[in-house]
Design a binder for this molecule. Structure first.
Ligand code: MG
Length: 218
């Protein structure tokens, strides 16, 4: 069973599903040449994709182009279905830092063929995750600076203020499709600056007030 830690909570929390939003920052949509979606672009990573801080990413041998995407992660603390945006924030137990690792070459082929993305997004080690901080400790989740460095060099530098769908809307839309259970995690999309990593690289992701995460590539 895959678990995460919420600061000030003694027991590790078992993770359910990881529901992810794609194309939520306009500059990132432009850099990949995608269209701005009117409906949310949603996919799921299995809990088996999680690795903790200070661990190692293993790029599958069917890809030659693994990209990092730093994202704000939400930990659901209260189960709900059809959650309204007015009630959405009370379902969040905490915030964390995630890297949504993506096999861009594989994803591009899948997109071209109209096939699902799981083999590009859900492989083992594709979801490095930090520990979570309690939601009450974050002043405003829509004013958080996100950065990602590769081998110490800044590659992504965005702010959650630039999200096109804000958190209450994401929870409303996701929970109309999936019951969100305590222990589920939501990834909220990545700002621009995504790029490739290769064997020997070290990725360091940080969100002010939330935490940081460093993983290496095998
Ligand atoms: Mg992403």
């Amino acid at each position: 069973m895959y678990t995460i830690k919420l600061r000030d909570t003694l027991e590790p929390i078992p993770v359910g599903k990881i529901v992810c939003l794609g194309r939520n920052y306009s500059e990132h949509i432009k850099e990949l040449g995608n269209e701005i979606p009117d409906k949310p672009v949603i996919f799921i990573k299995p809990s088996t994709s999680i690795i903790p801080d200070a661990s190692t990413v293993i790029i599958p041998d069917y890809s030659d182009d693994c990209h990092y995407e730093v994202e704000l992660a939400l930990l659901i603390g209260q189960t709900g279905k059809n959650i309204s945006r007015d009630n959405a924030m009370q379902h969040i137990a905490g915030y964390g830092v995630a890297i949504d690792l993506t096999l861009r070459d594989v994803q591009t082929r899948q997109k071209e063929k109209g096939l699902p993305w799981e083999i590009a997004k859900g492989f083992d080690t594709s979801c490095p995750l930090s520990d979570f901080v309690p939601a009450a400790d974050v002043t405003d989740p829509h004013q958080l600076q996100l950065t990602l460095k590769v081998n110490g060099e800044l590659r992504q530098d965005g702010n959650t203020a630039l999200m096109m769908r804000q958190i209450p809307q994401i929870i409303e839309e996701f929970s109309a499709i999936f019951t969100l259970e305590a222990g589920d995690i939501i990834l909220t999309g990545t700002p621009s600056g995504v790029g490739r990593v290769q064997s020997g690289d070290i990725m360091t992701a940080e969100i002010k007030q939330v935490g940081h995460l460093a993983v290496s590539v095998a």
